[in-house]
Design a protein around this ligand. Structure first.
Ligand SMILES: [Zn+2]
Length: 218
């Protein structure tokens, strides 16, 4: 199992490490900053030893990274791993924003059921089973989210069970959330967002979140 540095060091965009196993096109690393799709958060994009990673997925001893077929890499090779930081940062910001909105929806509509979630670099979406339109809720949700962002609160994340790699994150004023994604350190980094409501038919309501402008870290 690779050391998953993206959790405790979510701002690292490059590391030098070693390949631990190669299986055809796929390989594993001793440590990694390269997130593999889970918890609804899309995989990072980037390179290993200067070659593009085609796909990242969790698996035994993983994450596994699928490389171009003539990669010429071997177990034991020292390699540089780099991720597309701009993309990752958007994913982190949208992930935190989506989970704050999710909790605000739970709070506003007791009994509502979340039936899906997806965090991409351009937008995040939350799907709910609910018989009425969530449209009338949007304005207050936007406002409450904005308050969290403006309050510049510390986002805490850590292990709830390190051996099982179970993680949580928490922001003051909301419940602690079980989550294996990556998050920024402060709510102010989320920046300005726009919420949009969509109806998927058959009592399925969707909320989409869009980042309004790129926030520059540091
Ligand atoms: Zn999450």
């Amino acid at each position: 199992m690779a050391g998953k540095l993206f959790w405790d060091e979510p701002y690292r965009d490059a590391i030098d490490t070693v390949i631990t196993a190669v299986d055809g096109d796929a390989l594993t690393l001793k440590e990694t900053i390269f997130y593999a799709f889970s918890g609804g958060q899309e995989s990072d994009q980037g390179s290993i030893a200067g070659l593009p990673v085609l796909e990242a997925e969790l698996g035994d001893g993983g994450p596994w990274y699928r490389m171009p077929s003539n990669h010429g890499l071997y177990a034991g090779d020292a390699v540089r791993v780099a991720i597309d930081w701009e993309r990752r940062y958007r994913l982190m910001r949208l992930h935190s924003a989506a989970e704050i909105v999710l909790q605000l929806v739970y709070r506003a509509l007791p009994g509502v059921r979340r039936i899906g979630a997806h965090i991409a670099a351009d937008k995040a979406r939350l799907d709910f089973s609910w018989p009425q339109s969530l449209g009338p809720l949007l304005e207050s949700l936007s406002h409450e989210l904005e308050c969290f962002v403006e309050a510049d609160l510390a986002i805490e994340s850590g292990y709830s069970d390190e051996a099982a790699e179970r993680r949580y994150w928490r922001v003051p004023g909301l419940e602690s959330v079980p989550c294996c994604g990556t998050h920024p350190r402060r709510t102010s980094e989320i920046g300005a967002l726009r919420l949009k409501r969509d109806n998927r038919g058959r009592g399925q309501e969707r909320i989409e979140l869009y980042l309004e402008d790129p926030y520059r870290h540091g």
